[in-house]
Design a binder for this molecule. Structure first.
Ligand code: MG
Length: 258
């Protein structure tokens, strides 16, 4: 009886020792993950083309995805030659759809005959979440910043009056500029106070200009920003009142992110 117990005990100790030895030697399989399998997305022919899971916001032909900010009537900017040109008298336009987190691709061109200086030279902008009428929201600036001095947190690719771009990657008037932006919306607690800030990562013509910057609130022309609770919002394009010739846009698409 005692001998049996002893043999059984020795066997158990041996098994435990073996397992322990195996446990101290990690196997490659232990860190291999098989599920969930990432969805297949078919990329465009070139990287600027909309991939298969993108929503095309402007394809060169129609503004059907856009409305006027002030009264939500159909957008009245000028579609021609595969581009849309700002109609300054018609005011800002915004998407019919609302978004939370996303990847945005947008191309814009300052006209070759641009005039004016500083903020009055090709001013427009992309509001990554349009939280209200007019210029309410979070603006990444559009401006002719090719040899055009202004305050640096208001030049092209700035988060307006919060973050200057890391570098100035502007192409000259008449050439197309490209923005690729990752927007993470702010989140709010049940009582409406901010929980996590909005984050922006942005490329200008393929060059990193904003690297996961945390916004201090919506962008303001005057004063210090602060967050006010909001949900999914439209993306808005600015019809700035400066007297310089209007800029144009083309090839705008968005991919919603978790
Ligand atoms: Mg602007």
């Amino acid at each position: 009886m005692n001998a049996k117990i002893t043999i059984a005990t020795l066997a158990a100790v041996h098994a435990a020792a073996t397992a322990s030895a195996q446990g101290t030697r990690p196997r490659p399989e232990e860190t291999e993950v098989y599920k969930p399998v990432p969805a297949v997305v078919t990329p465009g022919r070139v990287d600027s083309d909309a991939p298969s899971d993108a929503i095309r916001l402007f394809d060169g032909r129609s503004l059907s995805e856009w409305v006027s900010t002030k009264d939500h009537s159909p957008a009245r900017w000028d579609v021609h030659d595969g581009v849309v040109t700002v109609n300054k008298s018609a005011g800002n336009i915004e998407t019919r759809r609302t978004f939370t987190n996303y990847q945005l691709h947008l191309e814009w061109r300052v006209p070759e005959n641009i005039s004016g200086t500083g903020q009055s030279r090709g001013n427009s902008g992309v509001f990554l979440a349009a939280t209200g009428p007019g210029d309410d929201g979070y603006e990444i600036q559009i401006l002719d910043s090719y040899n055009n001095d202004t305050y640096v947190n208001g030049q092209a690719a700035s988060i307006y009056k919060q973050y200057p771009p890391l570098v100035n990657a502007m192409r000259k008037p008449g050439e197309w500029n490209v923005y690729d932006v990752i927007w993470t919306a702010p989140s709010f607690k049940l009582d409406g106070s901010p929980a996590t800030p909005a984050y922006v990562t942005a490329m200008h013509n393929g060059v990193l200009v904003q690297n996961h910057v945390a916004l201090t609130g919506p962008t303001l022309y005057i004063g210090k920003p602060s967050y006010k609770q909001h949900g999914p919002e439209p993306i808005k394009l600015q019809a700035h009142g400066d007297p310089s010739p209007p800029i144009s846009f083309r090839n705008i698409w968005v991919r919603e992110l978790p």
